[in-house]
Design a protein around this ligand. Structure first.
Ligand code: ADP
Length: 161
């Protein structure tokens, strides 16, 4: 890599967008799209916790995100199974991106955001959800799937399950 490209890479503002994404919804998609106005690159981190049972396995969750961002080279997706701040450091991300829907999300996001900053100095940047997506959650999406309902409106554009 030539020096100019290397220097550019070193100045890149990179964020991780960590979550369980079981599955990745249009609410998550909107946060990442809007985050692209703030960051040069966003790495979506699918956090894997062996104790947490999920409906979709890691490769399916990755596949859904890759379908959603097939035309967006500034977004990448990875699976990680360490602490979120260690994952952020391993990919040279200076920021953690998160989304906020309700006051119920607020306390949780503040606690982990503060903890992550105190432990690592990495700042969390939080975007408020677009109101059209405030009701969308992975949990409700999974419930609807279990009743055989069509959830295409809950998924990002161009995604097939
Ligand atoms: P986690 O298990 O870490 O909460 P999620 O996959 O549920 O992971 O969510 C990842 C992030 O996306 C969280 O910051 C969450 O608040 C945010 N998020 C989830 N649904 C929406 C939505 N509809 N609009 C905006 N942000 C959302």
């Amino acid at each position: 890599m030539n020096l100019e490209i290397q220097a550019k890479k070193d100045f890149m503002k990179r964020a991780i967008f960590p979550g369980t994404f079981d599955p990745f919804t249009i609410g998550h998609y909107s946060i990442v799209k809007r985050g692209l106005a703030l960051f040069d690159e966003i790495i979506i981190g699918i956090g894997v916790n062996q104790l947490k049972k999920t409906l979709f396995d890691e490769s399916k969750r990755l596949d859904i995100i890759n379908q959603a961002f097939a035309d967006e080279p500034r977004v990448k997706a990875m699976v990680y199974n360490n602490l979120t701040i260690d994952f952020a450091k391993s990919v040279d991300a200076q920021f953690i991106l998160r989304g906020l829907r309700t006051v119920a999300d607020f306390e949780y996001e503040r606690t982990i955001g503060d903890t992550n900053r105190i432990l690592s100095g990495i700042e969390t940047v939080i975007l408020f959800t677009e109101s059209a997506y405030a009701h969308i959650s992975s949990t409700v999406t999974r419930d609807l799937i279990s009743y055989g309902k069509d959830i295409s409106a809950f998924l990002p554009p161009n995604v097939k399950l």
